[in-house]
Write a protein that binds this ligand. Structure first.
Ligand code: SF4
Length: 395
């Protein structure tokens, strides 16, 4: 049975667009943002309302977006542009400023298109290509400082560093709660599925962050009461799947639905729309430099180039997470024209193969025409994982 708090969250999400409209009428400003490296803490600490924009899974919206941005861009960014062209999404309608980071250059391009065609005020946060260089720290700190000065103009006030410190504390608690909830969803006798966890993450894109933390803590309290201490183990009859690759934004449920229909159980992910942004965030000091360094030290986004696979933190984290969640195989999802993740599919497969972890790449877009073809491949993969489990137990 679904947790009671999930019902409360559903209701709050229905009410949220009207609340944001009201807040704007009363003079608050809304910052719609997209990317991986925007330190949202700054937006919130300035009294602006942060909302993460971008959804997926709607081919019609992709078509609309393609009237403005090249069809050689991924469907996620085309759909984002489509949202602005159609202007029906309540969160898109209610943004005063937009903030994009340049982690993925297609996101950066989206920002330019939205500014040009839809006359929106857009802030760009520059992102170093190589996070490991000392120069990257200097550059990103300066970018974060410049970003903050521009947000201060929008907010009509200077950043208060005591409020920033409180906000960093709030966000740390949100991140910790999400990481703990992931452990519960992957455990035996779970009361919360991966899909529900994923929806829970996306609820945090829209709800006020203080309320969001309180709801996450309620979810955790319910889980502790029902499930006790989570214990993660692979059990007979399960095909435990780890999801990696391109973004799966709110609304893009095609692959998730297929995996569940054919009897697979998703137990973890390293998606930038999933767990990975909440992991390994350690803000060393309550300052803009501290935030910049904390964000730089997270697992880098797959869109950033990194050639030495033996020292690649992204790969290292992927292997660790597969182990933590006791996953038996990886489904690596690539969106058409998502070049960063598509190029990395083969190397990721080769690396995991050496560890005995099978990887299935699913290359897709938002149209439903490939549904059956994907289903057949995922079904065979799930069967193979179940058979492997039986063989390993029999040895
Ligand atoms: S990483 Fe891939 S899916 Fe994400 S915005 Fe860039 S191209 Fe699109």
């Amino acid at each position: 049975m679904a947790l009671k708090t999930l019902e409360i969250i559903k209701k709050r999400l229905e009410e949220r667009p009207k609340e944001i409209e009201k807040a704007r009428r009363e003079g608050q400003k809304v910052v719609g943002w997209q990317g991986y490296n925007i330190p949202e803490e700054i937006i919130y600490a300035l009294g602006l309302i942060p909302v993460r924009i971008g959804v997926g899974g709607d081919d019609r919206m992709v078509e609309i977006g393609a009237r403005y941005i090249s069809t050689k861009n991924c469907v996620f960014v085309r759909e984002t542009v489509g949202l602005f062209a159609e202007n029906n999404d309540p969160y898109v309608q209610n943004t005063d400023i937009l903030a994009f980071d340049a982690t993925c250059l297609q996101t950066y391009r989206t920002a330019e298109i939205i500014q040009y065609y839809f006359n929106k005020e857009v802030l760009i946060l520059g992102v170093p290509r190589n996070f490991y260089w000392p120069e990257a720290k200097v550059y990103f700190t300066k970018e974060v400082e410049y970003f903050t000065r521009r947000l201060e103009k929008q907010a009509g006030k200077k950043l208060n560093y005591q409020i920033l410190a409180d906000t960093i504390g709030l966000y740390d608690r949100i991140r910790n709660a999400i990481v703990t909830i992931y452990t519960y969803q992957a455990a035996a006798g779970n009361y919360l599925s991966w899909e529900e966890t994923y929806d829970l993450i996306h609820a945090g894109y829209y709800l006020d962050r203080r309320e969001y933390l309180s709801l996450l803590e309620q979810v955790l309290a319910e889980l502790r009461e029902k499930q006790g201490q989570p214990f993660i183990e692979a059990v007979e009859g399960e095909a435990r799947i780890f999801l990696s690759g391109s973004v799966l934004p709110p609304g893009d449920k095609k692959l998730i639905k297929i995996i569940q229909e054919v009897g697979g159980r998703i137990v973890g992910d390293d998606l930038w729309s999933g767990l990975i942004p909440y992991l390994d965030v350690k803000i060393p000091e309550n300052s803009l430099q501290g935030l910049a360094v904390g964000y730089l030290n997270r697992t880098p986004h797959g869109a950033l180039p990194y050639l030495d696979l033996d020292t690649d933190r992204r790969i290292k984290r992927l292997k660790e997470l597969i182990q933590t969640f006791k996953a038996q195989g990886v489904i690596y999802h690539t969106l058409r024209y998502c070049d960063p993740y598509t190029f990395k599919a083969k190397e990721t497969k080769d690396i995991l193969q050496k560890e005995g972890i099978p990887l299935l790449e699913i290359h897709t877009e938002y149209a439903g025409s490939d549904f059956e073809a994907i289903r057949t491949r995922v079904e065979a993969f799930v069967e193979m994982l179940k058979n492997r489990y039986d063989e390993e137990v029999a040895v």
